[in-house]
Write a protein that binds this ligand. Structure first.
Ligand code: CA
Length: 243
């Protein structure tokens, strides 16, 4: 899965240096030379992360970060601020404007990539390729495979076959286990932005997913939280009375 990073930076040399290093580490950079350009790009496609220079012509990085945070469509995009300033007050302003992290120029490309990956792991765990184990299931995003264990791991794990949407749904819920998501949030995060489908579609895929899990006695992992939405939880007790 390609991970796009919108790089908003008005200095072409730095823009180029960043793009080169992001590509080298497997990320997909898209470039904007000012915040106005970035606004148009974000309106078209939501990036997975925004790397944002503080000092930009016209609309400043801080103001752009605030705009992203104010809009429900863009409020959860991770933002890393990039700046030449070392003032602690500026850092506070940046974080208050909604930035997830802050990098001071000059930075080493290696540090930059490490910080981007750390923010992505924390904020968007479902786009990471890490293997996740929970509730006796093991999901391997790179190989696109899911395995189930019996409770005491006495027998060999068995592979579970899911359709692509059910796979993404389960991966998302497992990456954010114990957290409840509304249908609208799941549509946004799994089907993507600008996709107009009914909330009911989610229920259809949840039902399909549970049906597969039911065969191995694990359908309780995908729980309905009445009046709210769905969650993945390995706490069996919590699901009673909510199905
Ligand atoms: Ca600048």
């Amino acid at each position: 899965m390609s991970i796009t990073v919108l790089v908003v930076e008005d200095e072409p040399a730095i823009q180029e240096l960043i793009s080169y290093n992001l590509k080298k580490s497997g990320l997909t950079p898209i470039s904007a030379l000012n915040a106005e350009q970035a606004v148009v790009m974000v309106n078209n496609v939501l990036p997975d992360l925004v790397l944002l220079d503080w000092m930009l012509p016209n609309l400043s990085g801080i103001e752009f970060a605030r705009q992203l945070r104010r809009n429900t469509r863009t409020q959860s995009i991770p933002i890393i601020m990039l700046t030449a300033r070392t003032d602690l007050d500026d850092k506070v302003v940046g974080l208050e404007a909604g930035a997830d992290d802050y990098i001071t120029k000059p930075f080493s490309p290696r540090e930059l990539v490490a910080r981007i990956k750390a923010v992505l792991r924390r904020r968007v765990p479902e786009i990471s390729d890490e293997i996740i184990e929970a509730g006796g299931l093991k999901i391997d995003p790179t190989r696109h495979r899911i395995f189930a264990y019996d409770d005491n791991k006495a027998t060999e794990p068995s592979e579970i076959k899911l359709g692509p949407t059910e796979f993404r749904l389960l991966h998302f819920l497992m990456a954010h286990k114990e957290r409840v998501y509304t249908r609208a949030q799941l549509l946004d995060r799994i089907w993507g932005d600008h996709v107009f489908i009914e909330d009911r579609t989610i229920d259809v895929h949840i039902r399909r997913l549970r049906k597969v899990l039911e065969k191995i006695g694990k359908d309780y992992l995908v729980q309905t939280v009445r009046g709210t939405g769905y969650r993945f939880s390995s706490e069996f007790e919590a699901s009673i009375g909510e199905q």
